[in-house]
Design a protein around this ligand. Sequence first.
Ligand SMILES: [Zn+2]
Length: 345
Amino acid sequence: MARVGLVYDPLYLEHDTDGHPEKAERLRAVLALLEESGLRSKLTPIAADDATMADLELVHRPDMIHWVRESIEAGERELDMDTAVSSRSYEAALRAAGGCMRATDAVLAGDIDSAFCLVRPPGHHATPGHAMGFCLFNNVAIAARHAIVRRGLERVAIADFDVHHGNGSQEAFYSDPTVLYCSTHESPLYPGTGTWREAGAGPGLGFTVNVPLPMESGDQQHRQAFETVLLPALRRFRPQLLLVSAGFDGHFADPLAWMSLSCAGYYELALMLRQAAEELCDGRLLFALEGGYDLKALAWGVRACLDVLMGNPFAPDPHGPAPASAGPDVEPLLAAIRGLHKLGN
Ligand SMILES: [Zn+2]
């Protein structure tokens, strides 16, 4: 039976963003479902600790870190138009990054096979120089650099299926050939980055793979993107660890985007990633929560991923399949991306 770790800390609830879609109730909804379904008792708890300044500086500039801390200490309620904070947000953000690092260590040490980090604030929009888009520090990017700088890995891959482009993760590794960043996301949509031609720069050219999908793309379009672009890119890169920026805001019920994924679709994406990790890196796989703003879809989406990690069948969710629609034809786009990245057919 697979040993699956869960990172969670009550401090994550104290990032209090009253009235904001990225709110503490998100984690409460997930935890309630994990308890109710009996899954939580089968997961191995992983204690999160706090990222240090040195940890944050693996990705972020010192002036950015100081600005975030000082803004929060000064009582600011938002860091930009989108990014709400409260008095405990800095501490919660340190522990979110620290939780992802400890889970990475546990996976690399073989203490667990894989893990889900149920953290907030999320991270993938946080760039080296800016907190933005509900994100303070880039949890997954910090975990990736930690694995390379501190644990001696040479190649780490990040797959990002949040409906928004992870501009922060892309920027952190744009010139870096040791981290492959692959993203499917809705386009056009916040933050506006992630066109298919953005493919890395300098020594990092070819190590950023963007699949910007049109609105109403659903399970079928994401499956095609994974099968014909993301998985071939992962196979060519041969990561030693696979990190997943797991956002569930591509679900058809999500209020912040216009995509058509279902929870069965998330199960399928997670299964493809688990199989890729088994094939390429001894199954070393870590999911970290990013977005997802319909509480039911979020909870059941996380559950679908955990069921994949634990080897369970898909448990039908209350939302069910997406409303019937063939969705857009994405094959011409995918063919162009395969051409750019020389991924064959
Ligand atoms: Zn998102």
